[in-house]
Ligand binder design. Structure first.
Ligand SMILES: CC(=O)SCCNC(=O)CCNC(=O)[C@H](O)C(C)(C)COP(=O)(O)OP(=O)(O)OC[C@H]1O[C@@H](n2cnc3c(N)ncnc32)[C@H](O)[C@@H]1OP(=O)(O)O
Ligand SMILES: O=C([O-])CC(=O)C(=O)O
Length: 371
């Protein structure tokens, strides 16, 4: 038995949710470029869950259902208030989502209908949790979700307590579309491994949030912003990046396990970064990002991934950098839950093998004889 480090290239599941073939990403066979331009996030969530785009009445039904479930139980809000000040926002989200199971009477109901309902509940409630936590830690009261608006709108509204500008809603919605699903990425795999034991959907999503948190995966968007903040200005880009490359340090937001010729989502976020810069009358973050891309691609051949330009976009939308990865989760919970439902439909325990490389032929040594 020979292990493949990081399971690179191993096909570990059959899935009909999203595909990456020859560098082209599709959700249910629809090119991400088309969805980014035309679809709303709610349409995409429906597509991932049901395998088809919704009719107008199906979409209205989903928006109504999301509105119905968006408020989180008072006990969960009370829990958020107890988290230590300065908690990591992804750790807080992971804990809060796990706690939501305790207040859902059907958390352990494994019927298909209950699982489909819980997928919608989780999708509805993650934005509320992230926004409520962001406010509570600043000493502000959470803002109750608004009925009848989309998730992008509602999230920005609950975060700021103000009606968001149309352009901000549009940008956020597109970002959510672009992050919704991505085949068997690490967090989705974690979710599928967890539920393949026939554990519940909350356990699967909690596992997924834990996996997304890491800087080699979703956590890279925050790490990109840390880097941009450290660089500070366009004039410092070259020396900073050159220093990192000379020291063989990783540049966050670059490289990808599957895409070797570029992540198709990055160009949409790059465009959004430029547009938001123009709107804000401040192009520096965009220009710094472009210069970083030129240097890293020029010297290492590495292309930006989905996390690179999302950092400047979210910052220009006024979002604190430690909410970037939670926002990724707000979107990706659509894909996680779609994969969880797909796993339940044709389940088999996921249990690979390890190549043993430890010592052999050892004997138990009594404690008094150990050196
Ligand atoms: C939503 C997402 O999860 S997108 C990915 C987000 N993660 C990041 O942006 C973090 C930075 N990028 C990385 O760490 C990697 O490119 C990953 C984790 C995305 C992919 O990792 P892997 O497929 O295992 O590639 P691996 O890390 O083996 O890289 C291959 C080579 O490219 C180099 N490399 C890869 N990414 C980078 C980078 N961002 N900066 C500098 N060098 C890099 C590696 O050092 C390695 O070089 P070597 O062969 O000389 O040792
Ligand atoms: O697929 C991956 O490995 C990571 C990624 O880009 C994503 O999850 O969006």
């Amino acid at each position: 038995m020979t292990a493949t480090k990081g399971l690179e290239g191993i096909v570990a599941a059959k899935s009909s949710i999203s595909s990456i073939i020859d560098g082209v990403l599709t959700y249910q066979g629809i090119n991400i470029d088309e969805l980014a331009e035309k679809a709303t996030f709610e349409e995409v969530a429906y597509l991932l869950w049901h395998g088809k785009l919704p009719t107008q009445s199906e979409l209205d039904g989903l928006i109504a259902e999301l509105s119905e479930y968006a408020a989180i139980p008072e006990e969960a809000i009370a829990g958020l208030r107890l988290y230590p000040k300065g908690s990591n926002s992804m750790a807080a989200l992971r804990t809060a989502v796990s706690s939501l199971a305790l207040y859902d009477g059907e958390a352990n109901d494994m019927s298909a209908a209950a699982n489909a309902r819980k997928a919608v509940k989780l999708q509805a409630q993650l934005p509320t949790v992230v926004a409520a936590y962001a406010r509570i830690r600043e000493g502000k009261e959470p803002v109750a979700p608004k009925k009848g608006v989309g998730i992008a709108h509602n999230f920005l509204y609950m975060l700021t307590g103000e009606e968001p500008a149309a352009v901000a809603v549009e940008a956020m919605d597109k970002a959510l579309v672009l992050h919704a699903d991505h085949e068997l990425n690490a967090s989705t795999f974690a979710a599928r491994v967890t539920v393949a034991t026939l554990s519940d959907i909350y356990s699967g999503v909690t596992s997924a949030i834990g996996a997304l948190k890491g800087p080699l995966h979703g956590g890279a968007n925050e790490a990109v912003m840390v880097m941009l903040d450290e660089i500070g200005s366009l004039a410092n880009v070259e020396s900073y990046i050159q220093g990192k490359l000379d020291n063989k340090e990783k540049i966050m937001g670059f490289g990808h396990r599957v895409y070797k010729n570029g992540d198709p989502r990055a160009k949409h976020l790059m465009q959004m970064s430029r547009q938001l810069g123009e709107l804000n009358g401040d192009m520096e973050l965009y220009e710094m990002s472009i210069k970083i891309e030129d240097l890293v691609t020029g010297q290492k051949g590495l292309k930006p991934n989905v996390d690179f330009y999302s950092a400047s976009c979210y910052t220009m939308l006024g979002i604190p950098r430690d909410l970037f990865t939670p926002i990724f989760a707000i979107s990706r919970v659509s894909g996680w839950s779609a994969h969880i439902l797909e796993q339940y439909q044709d389940n088999r325990l996921i249990r690979p093998r390890a190549e043993y490389v430890g010592p052999v032929d050892q004997r138990y040594v009594p404690i008094a004889e150990r050196g």
